[in-house]
Design a protein around this ligand. Structure first.
Ligand code: MN
Length: 228
């Protein structure tokens, strides 16, 4: 078989302590998974069933990268998030078995064109232009799960040019990592290479050209991104 174009790309994320890379298959993102963030976006954080959106796999960007301020927005936002890397196929997984399918964890930033997302929301349109644009999924090194202690009680924070903007804890997730995997696996057959951005705590806000964003979660490698 010959193709007229070679579209083969291999988006990937670094792995802590290894020269190997984690090939990225799909990127799922959870909407509104911290109560205080749901409130700041004008929603009532009841335990409604989690909902999802996706980004293309080639939206991933390594830590340390400079990324261009995106087109068509005047309100470009950061969102600090825990990223779960799936390492085994799973479908309709039981909650007690969910973590067996996790390869590891990383720090991510769900970059968002908030003005485009808000316009889409108000019209009941898809979020893609607000969420799934180029370079929209910075992700630091993945730490294999057996090297991570108590991720579910770890501080998550974000700074812009050294000023703290988000400061919360993974234990404030409305839907835990196991619950997200269990629910998502009823909708999609999760496969090795899938990433799940688990949602952001309160404090999201705008960034501009020249800003340096650092995102951290206790026990994981920090994520640094510069906007140029
Ligand atoms: Mn998000």
């Amino acid at each position: 078989m010959n193709y007229v174009f070679d579209t083969a790309t291999s988006p990937s994320v670094a792995i802590h302590g290894s020269d190997d890379r984690f090939a990225v298959r799909r990127i799922f993102c959870v909407g509104r998974n911290y109560a205080a963030h749901a409130r700041e976006m004008g929603h009532d954080p009841d335990r409604e069933v989690p909902f999802y959106f996706t980004k293309p796999n080639d939206a991933v960007v390594d830590s340390g990268a400079s990324i261009p301020y995106p087109s068509k927005t005047n309100n470009f936002h950061f969102e600090a998030e825990l990223v779960v890397a799936i390492g085994k196929k799973c479908e309709d997984v039981k909650i007690e078995d969910a973590l067996q399918h996790v390869y590891g964890y990383a720090v991510g930033n769900d970059l968002t064109r908030r003005d485009l997302q808000s316009a889409a929301k108000s019209k009941g349109r898809p979020w893609d232009v607000g969420k799934a644009f180029d370079h929209s999924a910075p992700c630091a090194e993945i730490h294999p799960i057996n090297q991570v202690l108590d991720i579910e009680n770890s501080r998550i924070w974000l700074t812009v040019n050294g000023d703290i903007k988000q400061d919360s804890n993974i234990n404030k997730l409305i839907w835990s990592v196991s619950e997200v995997i269990t629910n998502l696996s009823t909708l999609f057959t999760l496969m090795p290479g899938d990433l799940i951005y688990t949602g952001t705590p309160e404090g999201v806000g705008p960034i501009v050209k020249g800003d340096v964003i650092r995102v951290g979660i206790d026990g994981l490698t920090e994520l640094e991104t510069k906007i140029v």
